[in-house]
Write a protein that binds this ligand. Structure first.
Ligand code: 6PG
Length: 479
């Protein structure tokens, strides 16, 4: 046994992770791929890595020191199950199987339970940072048992991104906790991207700036409180000129956003948990709307406002958009952390929200300066019920809300869709409201279905005899 860790699945993410592992002091990496060619290519291209190639699962297992530790980097779903079955066949109790794909957390819970029965540890691990992150330092979100963390901890710490001197990895919680947190990371990623896209659209339509000029705006924003990877790459994308046509690349890219499903999972899970992640949901739906060309042909049919957007002071408008983006981003993160809190309660995980914000500071797609403020907030108040009520965010929201309201109303007046900006603001005002019209909904429910209601002035459950004399009676609680 020559290797202390192995990687199964040598597509780009897997081979980059294997190279990252091999580049760290003390690691020898066994590699296996279903088709031999990928393995041969990786070995030939990276002799410096000192990989130990294996061409069967038996060979792979015998090349690993005990406890055997293997990271699976294959397609989520069936392919992952197939590899797990093979590894379970050749591994022994105490060994560790890590799934580094974007698995649905409920699959991870199921797999962990099944594998645990064999005495082998199964760890679902979120890996963020794309291809470059896998190679140079990703943000890692492992779940699984405490026992597995003893072996995995030092290895993962050695390959993770480093933010402010700390490796971007923590033991998130048991079984599916790691993949749950990665799922929410992606939901926030969707929201962040949609918000940036809305900001770009408003600036372009409002000021007539070119994509290259808007790239300068984003580059400038990236020096302030919005500093983040997604803002940085937005400037890069907007600056790109298409070689074939000489026009901005963004103008020749088809405006239909793809999605591999993690955003939808975040929203579906939130619906099940009853957590209003409205910004993430709008971002996910905005991608769906964009990718229905057969419905979008109605664009000439539906009437819009008579007046086009006229912005008198471009600089002031851009600053308003910046503040609207910042405020909406705070809402998206607040909603995402709310979902993690609710998920942890539902599935019995003990998740340190401050630690999550810290491991997202580097390596991952949503890495941002801003995550330090989230970490500070949880350090001050670990059981913070609503993230955005921490003092830093309250101050920021107070500073931004005027601009935020102006932008949402300007967009509505001009007929420019801003679903994420406006739903974030609606959520904010919903939380602020002393009284919500939910009281009327309760009345309606009681009217047509005798669903009952509670009163503000006395305990108990009540029903009005709507089809009788409309007096109120005490009733059984039917929710
Ligand atoms: C990451 C990303 C990554 C995800 C892509 C694509 O953290 O590195 O979240 O895991 O696969 O962002 O997601 P969509 O295709 O759904 O946009």
């Amino acid at each position: 046994a020559a290797a202390n860790i192995g990687v199964v699945g040598l597509a780009v993410m897997g081979s980059n992770l294997a190279r990252n592992l091999a580049s760290r002091e003390g690691n020898t990496v066994a590699v296996y791929n279903r088709s031999r060619t990928k393995t041969d290519e990786l070995i030939a291209e990276h002799p410096e890595a000192g990989f130990v190639p294996a061409f069967s699962y038996e060979e792979f297992a015998s090349s690993l020191s005990v406890p055997r530790t293997a990271v699976i980097m294959v397609k989520a779903g069936g392919p992952t199950d197939a590899v797990i079955d093979e590894l379970v066949r050749v591994f022994e109790p105490g060994d560790i199987i890590v799934d580094g794909g974007n698995a649905l957390f409920t699959d991870t819970i199921r797999r962990e339970k099944a594998v645990r029965d064999t005495g082998i540890n199964f760890v679902g691990m979120g890996v963020s940072g794309g291809e470059e992150g896998a190679l140079l330092g990703p943000s890692l979100m492992p779940g699984g048992s405490d026992e597995s963390w003893v072996t995995l901890g030092p290895i993962l710490r050695s390959i993770a991104a480093v933010a402010e001197g700390e490796p971007c990895v923590t033991h998130v919680g048991h079984d599916g906790a790691g993949h749950f947190v990665k799922m929410v990371h992606n939901g926030i990623e969707y929201a962040d991207m949609q918000l940036i896209a809305e900001a770009y659209d408003l600036i372009r339509r409002g000021t007539g700036k070119s994509p290259a000029e808007i790239a300068d705006v984003f580059a400038e924003w990236n020096r302030g409180e919005l500093e983040s990877y997604l803002i940085e790459i937005t400037a890069e994308v907007l600056r790109q000129v298409d070689a074939a046509t000489g026009t901005p690349l963004v103008d020749v890219i088809l405006d239909q956003a793809g999605a591999k499903g993690t955003g939808a999972w975040t929203v579906q899970t939130a619906l099940d948990l009853g957590v209003p992640v409205s910004g993430i949901a709008e971002a996910t739906f905005a991608r769906s709307l964009s990718s229905h060309p057969e419905q979008r042909i109605v664009s000439g049919v539906l009437p819009g406002p008579a007046e086009a957007l006229v912005v008198a002071d471009a600089d002031a408008f851009v600053e308003d958009v910046r503040l609207a983006l910042f405020a909406s981003k705070i809402v998206a993160y607040s909603q995402g952390f709310d979902e993690i809190r609710a998920g942890a309660a539902q599935y019995g995980w003990s998740i340190d929200l401050g630690a999550i914000s810290k491991i997202w500071r580097g390596g991952c797609i949503i890495r941002a300066q801003f995550l330090n403020r989230i970490a500070d907030s949880y350090a001050q108040t670990p059981d913070l019920a609503v993230l955005m009520t921490a003092p830093y965010f309250v101050e920021a929201l107070g500073r931004a809300q005027g601009a935020w309201r102006r932008i949402v109303s300007t967009a509505a007046d001009a007929g420019i869709p801003s679903p994420a900006f406006s739903s974030s603001l609606a959520y904010y005002d919903g939380l602020r409201a002393k009284r919500l019209p939910a009281a009327l909904i309760q009345g309606q429910r009681d009217f047509f279905g005798a669903h009952t209601y509670k009163r503000i002035d006395k305990p108990g459950t009540f029903h009005t005899l709507w089809s009788g004399d409309r007096t109120e009676i005490e009733a059984e609680d039917t929710h």
